[in-house]
Design a protein around this ligand. Sequence first.
Ligand code: ZN
Ligand code: ZN
Length: 225
Amino acid sequence: MKPKIFSLKFGINTCYIIKGRGTIMIDGGPSKAIEKFKKYLIQYSINPNEIKLVVLTHADFDHSGSANAIREITGAKIAVHEKDRAILEEGRFNFPPGVTNWGKISHAIFAPVLKKFPIPPQKADIILNDFDYPLNEFGIDGKIIHTPGHTSGHVSVLLENGGLFAGCLAHNIRLFTPGPRLPIYAEDIEQIKKSWKLVIEQGAKMIYPGHGKPFPVERMYKYIN
Ligand SMILES: [Zn+2]
Ligand SMILES: [Zn+2]
């Protein structure tokens, strides 16, 4: 069964709902995204109770801020990697450093402003580790893969059809990059290249980034090697 993919835009972030035999969501959006989230559910005719899992690609504030609120509405479980768990549970402000010129400049501009917004501590239900986590029990033909580099606990969801929900493994939004590129913020950019090699080896074809529009994986080749 070909899964249906729904995009949910919250400012500069894009979350996704994947509907196969079951329904899961990728990322929890920034804080205060819940009213817009409810509108998307109506627009896409998705019953909140259908969503059984929210996979946080990582625990940065813009990808996880509304996770608790989404769980309250849907009853979904929240999954985060053990290496990003503390960021989520402590409500810690995390913003990986800039690794390009614009990344460094924009980080210096944005971080002091964004830091002022309080982030609520949130709890995860499923703690991921470095092993693949199959999604069959959630009715999705695919798995969660550990893809560190942007943060040490960054994960991606790879579907059997090659769809890759890549979080901040790539950026494809004008505010950041002029097209699909490696992210402009990262803890370890060389590690990100390794993560790319891993997901390509495992069959990633169409990339759904956490910032910006989907694109074919071939667009990344020249930045990885
Ligand atoms: Zn991030
Ligand atoms: Zn982000």
